[in-house]
Design a protein around this ligand. Structure first.
Ligand code: SF4
Length: 483
């Protein structure tokens, strides 16, 4: 399989809807469509009609998985949906979501964004009690725990399970007559809720999906909350105490979320623009006067690596006065393909995904803005494309600090040894990728851009994990084949 993108992979997007008198499956389809950027490997949907749950999931884009015939069988007022991210490692359909089982309390389906850091122990405990598993996913562990927990209601059973779950989870849970939205007490992953114009509510990973459905009065599901969607009034329970400070994933702002997402009152596009502005200030402060020309500029054009770096490049251009322009055109359909390229095409690597607008970079000193360098496989080829197109110099500015530590909260960044910043200094990375200069934003600059002093997880940059992580025993989501 071909995958040219070395960016960190988001594990998924989730959505849940209670909409009486509406075609809830169709609404879920459009909500998933708006969450497609959070996962392109698989999509799934479960719909309840008050008695039973019907489910369909499959590999590929939302529009491929849900044909009109499939949708016709998904009838009811309650639904949850899931888009799963693409990975090269795990067996796909087995780990696709929602995950559904029959329980003594009725059918139960669950879709998850995140990763439990203690799922190996919880799985072991369940296996010792005779529970068998059909996938490597921690979502199955969570589902089994819910099915076995004591308690008179699903709220009570969810609350009991939350006390044992350690890690990142933004969940949507479907029973035969209710949708539950659940967020971990650290608030790692986003989850927001809004009121539908026709009555009922919807919950989703991003506000953009709720806007697509016409939702109003949108708010975050708060860390530690369980929200029940089963009639026109929301039922909210603070199931576990929120952790202080919270640990929202700062990478949502840097890369994952769509720019129209507003999370905890902060808009992603604005953060990205400020990331570019802070980065520009740091670059200017770090430059000797000898490196700038008679206009005080060290480059002729700022170009983004599309799409996530566009707002940052605009911000960088504002502060430095270096004109912004497009340099790359991205082929949006190359993210993942099941057709193996020929050897000669494979050698072209990122050239299959990006074309350069030669006229915009020829004979110019270029600043290329990118959101991150993870393994270091893409930056060098991008620089080469620019140089082949006639760029005189290529300076690279990255809108986050060096990623030197893996994520155990569900983002596939690989292991320590895979991360280029774990093995090399900034100067060594510059030399490796072939840039004329290389700049990373500092942790302080990043926090200025998100306009918070704390409340965000920054562990992939600092190595300071907000929850205790046994580095020797915990494997990454990638290795475990979870979401
Ligand atoms: S380690 Fe990085 S990617 Fe993972 S939750 Fe923390 S900030 Fe996000």
């Amino acid at each position: 399989m071909l995958n040219f993108d070395e960016s960190p992979k988001e594990e998924c997007g989730v959505i849940g809807i209670f909409a009486p008198n509406e075609d809830v499956a169709r609404m879920t389809f459009f909500g998933l469509y708006a969450l497609q950027h959070r996962g392109q490997e698989a999509a799934g949907m479960a719909v309840a009609d008050g008695q039973t749950i019907s489910m369909h999931k499959g590999l590929g884009f939302v529009s491929h998985v849900f044909t009109p015939n499939v949708m016709a069988d998904l009838q009811g007022h309650y639904a949850i949906g899931h888009t799963r991210y693409s990975t090269t490692g795990s067996s796909s359909l087995r780990n696709a979501q929602p995950f559904m089982i029959e329980t003594i309390h009725g059918p139960l389906a669950l879709a998850h964004n995140g990763n439990l850091v203690n799922s190996a122990e919880l799985r072991q405990e369940l296996m010792q009690q005779g529970v068998g598993f059909s996938s490597s996913s921690d979502t199955e562990v969570m589902t089994m725990m819910l099915a076995r927990n004591g308690g008179a209601t699903w709220e009570e059973r969810i609350k009991t399970a939350m006390k044992k779950w350690v890690g990142a989870y933004s969940l949507v849970i479907l029973t035969r007559d209710c949708v539950y939205a659940v967020r971990d007490p650290w608030g790692f992953r986003p989850l927001c809720i809004g009121m539908l114009p026709s009555g009922g509510h919807a919950v989703a990973s991003e506000t953009g999906a709720l806007q697509t459905l016409g939702c109003e009065a949108i708010r975050d599901v708060k860390p530690g909350e369980v929200v029940s969607l089963s009639n026109n009034a929301l039922k909210v329970m603070q199931a576990v105490k929120p952790e202080q400070p919270s640990a929202m994933c700062v990478f949502e702002h840097i890369y994952f979320a769509r720019p129209d997402q507003t999370w905890d009152g902060i808009n992603v596009h604005h953060v990205r623009q400020r990331l570019g502005e802070e980065l520009a200030r740091e670059v200017i402060n770090g430059l000797g006067h000898g490196l700038t020309d008679e206009n005080g500029r060290f480059a002729d054009v700022v170009i983004p690596v599309p799409d996530s770096s566009v707002p940052a490049a605009i911000g960088f251009s504002h502060v430095t006065g270096i004109p912004y322009n497009d340099g790359f055109i991205k082929n949006r359909y190359v993210g993942r393909t099941f057709i193996e390229p020929t050897d000669s095409l494979r050698k072209r690597g990122v050239a299959l995904k990006f074309n350069v607008i030669n006229e915009n970079v020829r004979d110019k000193r270029v600043v290329m803005i990118d959101d991150s360098i993870v393994r270091g496989n893409t930056t060098g080829p991008l620089i080469k494309l620019l140089k082949n197109a006639g760029a005189k110099e290529v300076h690279v500015a990255i809108t986050c600090p060096p990623i030197a530590h893996p994520c155990f909260m569900g983002v596939d960044m690989g292991r320590h040894e895979d991360l280029i910043a774990h093995k090399r200094t900034v100067e060594e990375i510059r030399e490796y990728v072939g840039a004329d200069s290389l700049y990373y934003l500092s942790v302080d600059g990043m926090m200025k851009a998100v306009q918070r002093k704390d409340g965000f997880c920054q562990a992939c940059f600092t190595g300071q994990y907000p929850i205790p992580v046994d580095l020797m025993s915990v494997k990454t989501g990638f290795e475990r084949g979870t979401k």
